[in-house]
Design a protein. Structure first.
Length: 158
């Protein structure tokens, strides 16, 4: 079976990587799809996010990273994806993701599996990581060393 883990990943955190690694143990192939969300204020370009993710998941067998343009369900149909995997931190995540899962199923019949984030990473969000970094805080415990380096370089530019 082929699964997709979609997200903006700006930046990719240990919480994201936890969901991807666990998905890789459950499915034959996992596509990590870096999307664009017009409501978000990104720190990194889509290409930078793809590059960081490729570096971070390079050791996981069966995992690939790609850019996602357009509707997720259209991408899934075009790439024969069987299931969407979403990570959940809190009940509010479930409320939002359930609505999306139901809409995606109504559009194409694709199923969504929701994995609870491991407790050690449940407090993480990319938004918080960006804010801490912009204010000069150390985010290295929440991201890979390469991502931490790129965050430091990007926030020092601003």
């Amino acid at each position: 079976m082929k699964a997709i883990c979609p997200g903006s990943f700006d930046p990719v955190t240990h919480g994201h990587l936890d969901i991807v690694a666990r998905s890789a143990r459950l499915f034959d192939e996992v596509i990590v799809a870096v999307g664009r969300n017009s409501a978000k204020n990104y720190l990194f370009t889509p290409d930078e996010r793809v590059s960081m993710l490729r570096d971070a998941v390079g050791g996981l067998p069966g995992v690939t990273v790609t850019l996602l343009d357009g509707l997720l369900v259209d991408f899934c149909r075009a790439h024969d994806v069987d299931v969407i995997v979403k990570g959940l931190r809190f009940a509010s995540d479930f409320d939002f993701e359930l609505q999306m899962a139901q809409m995606n199923h109504a559009l194409t019949g694709i199923e969504t599996i929701m994995l609870p984030t491991s407790a050690q990473w449940s407090h993480l969000s990319s938004t918080m990581i960006r804010e801490i970094a912009k204010l000069g805080g150390d985010v290295s415990q929440f991201v890979t060393p390469e991502v931490a380096r790129r965050i430091a370089a990007k926030t020092s530019e601003r």
